[in-house]
Design a protein around this ligand. Structure first.
Ligand code: GDP
Ligand code: MN
Length: 353
């Protein structure tokens, strides 16, 4: 049917369902999905899986965000699938367009030159707006003002175990700022100047530098004490974070500084290395957490709990021997464990062998 907008211009539609939990103690938290209408059936799959494994018991809100109006079909099918209130946001044009200082001919030339390269999305324009949006705008959308915590969910993801412990409550109780499952290596050609620019903000500026914590996760993103980037990043397609981390003056100073250099458009800076460099420098190690108890898969990689008892209790369908941390040729999850000192899962030693 046709939808009429009862809400502010930035909120297209809202389907209110029962509220979760018991009142004021519940985290102000939401699931969050940036998605295109054309991805409807892929996101329905992700929703069905996460509702089945977790949110069907919790009924957290689910915010859908798009640079174009959602179709009626999209709203009808997704709101029928979620157990909590579904909200549909529209991205303001200023958050999904070129800032005036960008040389669009230069940006186009870069995309053209990468048409036949093997850099994934190297020639895509929309991918660049998406990365910029996920770096510096998603948390500024007025709908997000209703929340402190968010969990990013993409189309085509799977959760292979019941999620028995509420990660939002975990974040709140432990004062964790940033949570992830998989760490990944970036394609160097997409971030050629990102490290240099990032250090230009974090280290060459005394007012910023003096506010950084003494112990941090620099060793996760750099193998030479900050001279260069090692390409490790938290895979942001799964991300549970405290929005106040992104709302902080320091984070916004960082992304606004970066934006002046146009690296989203002239290179192909991803939001994942940007979130990761920021979290690694700005947060004490204990403010970051790898959710080793959440089995998560997206495209080429998946995590699986290294805990035999949990595998049974949580009715997992994943093989712990194929968990990304222990079975991938990429070093980033292992590096994180080493640098952070976070306690590993119960049967980690057995599976690492
Ligand atoms: P990948 O995971 O790096 O391969 O990138 P994706 O294609 O999965 O995009 C990341 C997220 O942004 C997904 O949730 C997509 O649905 C979303 N996304 C990507 N491009 C667009 C776009 O042009 N418009 C909208 N609304 N969402 C997008
Ligand atoms: Mn994706």
């Amino acid at each position: 049917g046709s939808m009429t907008n009862k809400y502010a211009p930035y909120e297209l539609y809202r389907v209110v369902k029962k509220t979760y939990g018991n009142g004021s103690k519940v985290p102000r938290a939401t699931l969050f999905t940036l998605v295109r209408n054309s991805e409807l059936f892929d996101i329905l799959e992700s929703i069905q899986r996460l509702e089945n494994r977790f949110n069907g018991r919790m009924n957290y809100d689910w915010v859908f965000m798009n640079d174009e109006p959602f179709s009626d079909q999209f709203i009808e099918l997704t709101s029928a699938m979620v157990s909590g209130t579904a909200r549909y946001g529209i991205i303001p044009r200023e958050h999904w367009s070129y800032p005036e200082w960008i040389d669009q001919d230069k940006a186009r030339a870069v995309r053209e030159s990468r048409k036949f390269s093997n850099i994934i999305y190297g020639s895509s324009e929309s991918y660049r707006h998406m990365c910029r949006y996920n770096s510096m705008f998603f948390y500024k959308h007025p709908i997000m003002n209703d929340y402190d915590l968010y969990w990013r969910v993409e189309p085509n993801v799977d959760f292979m175990c019941d999620i028995l412990e509420d990660p939002f409550r975990y974040m709140e109780e432990t004062q964790t700022q940033y949570g992830f499952t998989i760490a990944f290596q970036e394609i160097a050609r997409t971030v050629e100047t990102l490290w240099e620019r990032s250090m230009g903000y974090f280290l060459r500026n005394d007012t910023v530098k003096n506010q950084l914590p003494e112990s941090n996760l620099l060793g996760f993103v750099s193998d030479d004490e900050g001279k260069s980037y090692n390409m490790c990043h938290f895979w942001t397609n799964f991300e549970i974070a405290n929005l106040n981390f992104y709302r902080s003056e320091m984070y916004n100073g960082y992304v606004e500084y970066l934006d002046r250099f146009g690296g989203y458009f002239y290179e192909r800076w991803g939001d994942a290395p940007i979130h990761s460099i920021a979290a690694s420098l700005m947060l004490k190690p204990e403010k970051v957490h790898v959710f080793g108890n959440i089995a998560y898969r997206h495209t080429v990689s998946g995590s699986c709990p290294l805990d035999d008892e949990l595998i049974r209790k949580a009715r997992c369908t994943c093989d712990p021997k194929r968990d990304w941390t222990i079975s991938s040729p990429q070093p980033c999850n292992m590096k994180y464990l080493k640098v952070s000192g976070q306690k590993t899962m119960k049967d980690f030693d057995k599976y690492v062998g």
